[in-house]
Write a protein of this length. Sequence first.
Length: 595
Amino acid sequence: MKTSRRDFLRTSLAAVGAPALAALLDWHLAAAETAGYLRSASNDIQWRGAFGRAYQKAVHRLSEDPINNVDFILADVNFNQERRFTNYSGDISGRFIEVASLSSTKDNPQPSALMPVIEKIVSYQNEDGHYGRPVDWSQPVDIAGANDQSLVMPILWGNGRLMLGLIAAYERFGVEAALDSAKKMGDFYVNIVCPRFCDPARMAEYTPEAAGYAAAYVTCVFHGIEGLVRLWRFTGQKKYLDTAIEMADFHEPFDTLPVGHSHGSISTHEALMMLYEETGDKKWLQRVVSRWEAAYGGGYVNPCGGVSEQYKIRYTTDEGCSEADLLRLNLMLWRDTGQTRYLDMAERLLYNAYLMNQWSTGGFGHRRLAADDDGTFGWLERVAESYWCCTYHGGMGYYEFKECLAVYDKTTDSILYNFPLDFLAPIDGGRWTVDSVLLDAAEGVPVSTRVKLDGSAGDIAFALRFPDWAEAVSVSCDGRQLHGTVTEGYWKASVRFAPGTVLQIDYHARPLLEDRRFHKLAVPAQLPAKIGQGVLRFGPHILHAVDGDASVIRPLTLSTDGGVIQIPEGLISVEAMSDQQRDGTHGFVFDLEIQ
Ligand SMILES: [Zn+2]
């Protein structure tokens, strides 16, 4: 997509006699291409196994009550019925259009409400470009109202999501009316939102409640940046990029940790990553990386890889939307830096916090957390499957995770095999396929895969991510061990492979201990020993207590055999839990002791 956009823009600018601008644009886009290209086409990938089924369930959830209903979805723009968060105009409709469009193929839009919604929604746009109830934008607004009572901030939040939905409808189905509507909304941001809500002369109006919750200024205003960058990508109209940059710069003093809404905060950081991809300006990347390090180092991200609904160390609930955003942000950070620590954190989140947030219906939502001043340490009761937000966003997270299972790296003409899971992925436009099958675990090898590399001709290099939980990887072909070197988080084979090559990949690992901030803890030479608070990891799993009181941190006494920590009875992974067990309450941080 980037190449065709680049060609399109270059040709267009040359045609209107702006070669200097075309050259400048070319330079910017070249920078963006090297930063952002590492992904495969999500819908071309067959994701099999437990996670493939979880993704399918998330998509299938869209076709069930109350979602697959045109009037229900359109209520946030035409108010045909009163429903929760109705004034978040575009929140349900935009998210629904975005995830349903992207997960559909062009010839088979799903579910049945999708195309009628896309067709009808554009007729409800106001003259000034926004969707929702009429607003006099010159009047003072309630900048930190309650979620269900205030008007203006919820409208901005919802419109930000709807811009993304409209663009997705154009991307997948070529619906011109959707792109026209998105442009009209983009102009609303250019002409009204940015001047009105990013005005240095009005800082006193914005500042007092900056840390507020879901209807707050900081949460809702900057939610539009992501759509503006997407709009720039599809139209080449620089006013959208310029406005996105102006808003992102203005956001900086409000971009704090803690902050009242992790979904709003992390999704704005996704937009900053997109600005980095578009401009090559490292200041955007630096802002995101600094925040990432503060969040992971400071207890805002729990040992299962998830965050709380409010972006605080100690809070009472999580939110599926935020988990999805953090998953997506980690994938973007890897794509744009090449650093596998972000893939490690995406994998940790997927196997643990993500599965714990997904309902047996396929949807996502909120559950109560057990937390203290050092952060979250257990999962408590489910509160609500959130058909108004998380259920759509959870599917988006899976959709984008698929893009990164295995990718083609054109700079080294190699396959990057990122996640040892069950999938069939066409790489580099189908020139190669990666057919990855999970094998049974064995003693000391919690994860093992058989990977067939197929293509029509030539040969290709192969590199696999060396996970942070693995002690070694061994790769064999026809029973012969292959030589490789580990650099920059990847094990790279020293030879290239012909079509039809079958590799067996064994990931060797032992159970390991970590503190509550992702640091590995060594088993002391002198036993017994008190270790302190931490988690027990094995492979990609954080082990959870099946029974007992999850609202307190309980003692756990471990034993060793030949220096290897033994996994005690009563501790299991989230992946191994039944749906019913995942509905239950489980602690994962313990006061550790080794006998
Ligand atoms: Zn949500």
